[in-house]
Design a protein around this ligand. Structure first.
Ligand code: MG
Length: 282
C-alpha cells in the first residue's frame, strides 16, 4: 500500500466535511467520514455508500463520531458540549458511539475516532475516573468489532493525553493527531507534541492554524494549509521520523463556502504531494 496517501475529511449529512464528490473530483484516494445522522446509519445506506466508494476508487480509512448538541463556538462551550465527557449526555452518546462503530464495521472500516471532550487535568477529579470508564467501554466494544479507537488531539496537552491513554490501558486506543488543534486550543507546540505522542499516532489531520493572542482562553484561527503556524514541511518530516505511514487527511472546515473549501483542499493536496516528493515518500 502507498505510504502517506492523501485523504480528505468528508461528510454525508452530518458534520463539517466535504462531500464525497469533492474527493472524487480532486482525485483524492482516501477519506475519513464523519458519521452520518442516526436515521441514515442503516444497512441499506452502508451498502449504497460502499458502492459509491468502490465506483470512485476511494478507500475509507476512519469513521469519526460526532453528536447532536456539540458546539465548537468557543473553548468553554466545547468543554460543556463536546464528546463523552459531559455527564448529562454521556450514556446516550456512548450508546450512539457504539452504533457508529457498528456502522463503520458495515463499511468495512476498522478505525473509529472522536473528540472525547475535555478530560479533567486532575487525575483525582471524580470525573476523570468516569471518563476512563466510558473510554474503556467504547474501546472494548470496538475491540469486539475488530476496530481501533483514535482520540482526536487538541483538547489535552501531549503529556495529559499520554497519561490518560496509559490509564485507560487498552491496546486498541490510539491517536488521530491534529497539529492545528494544538494551536487553536493553545495546548502546546504541535511538533514537540507529535514527537512525544508519536508511537501512538495511527491517523493524522493535515490542518493549519495561527496562535491566539491569549492561547487556551480564546481560539486560534484555522487557515489554509501552509499559511499557518504548524510548518507543514517540518510536520511531515516529523511524521517521517516517528515512522508514520498512514494517510495524510486534509481537514478544512469552512462549510459556509463550499467552493472556496474545495479550492483550498485542492491546493492543500498539491502542497502535500510536493512535500511527499521532496521527502522521498512519493
Ligand atoms: Mg481534526
Amino acid at each position: 500500500m502507498d505510504k502517506w496517501p492523501i485523504g480528505v475529511f468528508t461528510s454525508v449529512d452530518a458534520g463539517l466535511g466535504v462531500k464525497l464528490e469533492v474527493a472524487r473530483e480532486l482525485g483524492i484516494p482516501t477519506i475519513q467520514l464523519h458519521a452520518p445522522a442516526a436515521s441514515t446509519r442503516t444497512a441499506e445506506q452502508a451498502a449504497r455508500f460502499l458502492g459509491r466508494l468502490n465506483d470512485y476508487g476511494i478507500r475509507l480509512t476512519c469513521v469519526f463520531g460526532g453528536f447532536e448538541g456539540e458546539s465548537y463556538a468557543d473553548i468553554p462551550t466545547v468543554a460543556r458540549t463536546v464528546g463523552l465527557v459531559p455527564p448529562e449526555t454521556r450514556a446516550a452518546r456512548t450508546a450512539e458511539m457504539k452504533e457508529i462503530a457498528d456502522f463503520a464495521k458495515r463499511l468495512g472500516c476498522d478505525v473509529v475516532a472522536l473528540h472525547l471532550g475535555f478530560i479533567p487535568h486532575d487525575r483525582r477529579d471524580p470525573l476523570y475516573a468516569q471518563v476512563l470508564d466510558v473510554t474503556r467501554d467504547v474501546c472494548d466494544h470496538c475491540k469486539r468489532n475488530g476496530q481501533s479507537l483514535h482520540l482526536e488531539t487538541g483538547q489535552e496537552t501531549a503529556d495529559g493525553l499520554l497519561a490518560f491513554i496509559g490509564d485507560v490501558a487498552r491496546d486498541n486506543l490510539f491517536i488521530n493527531f491534529d497539529p492545528a488543534n494544538m494551536i487553536l486550543y493553545g495546548t502546546g507546540e504541535p511538533i514537540d507534541a507529535l514527537r512525544k505522542v508519536g508511537r501512538l499516532v495511527r491517523s493524522v489531520h493535515c490542518k493549519d492554524g495561527t496562535w491566539a493572542a491569549d492561547p487556551g482562553k480564546e481560539w486560534g484561527r484555522e487557515v489554509p494549509l501552509g499559511r499557518g503556524d504548524v510548518g507543514m514541511e517540518n510536520y511531515l518530516r516529523t511524521l517521517l521520523d516517528i515512522g508514520y505511514q498512514g494517510p495524510l487527511t486534509i481537514e478544512r472546515e469552512i462549510p459556509q463556502d463550499p467552493e472556496r473549501q474545495k479550492a483550498e483542499i485542492g491546493h492543500a493536496a498539491g502542497l502535500l504531494a510536493n512535500l511527499k516528493r521532496k521527502l522521498g515518500m512519493a
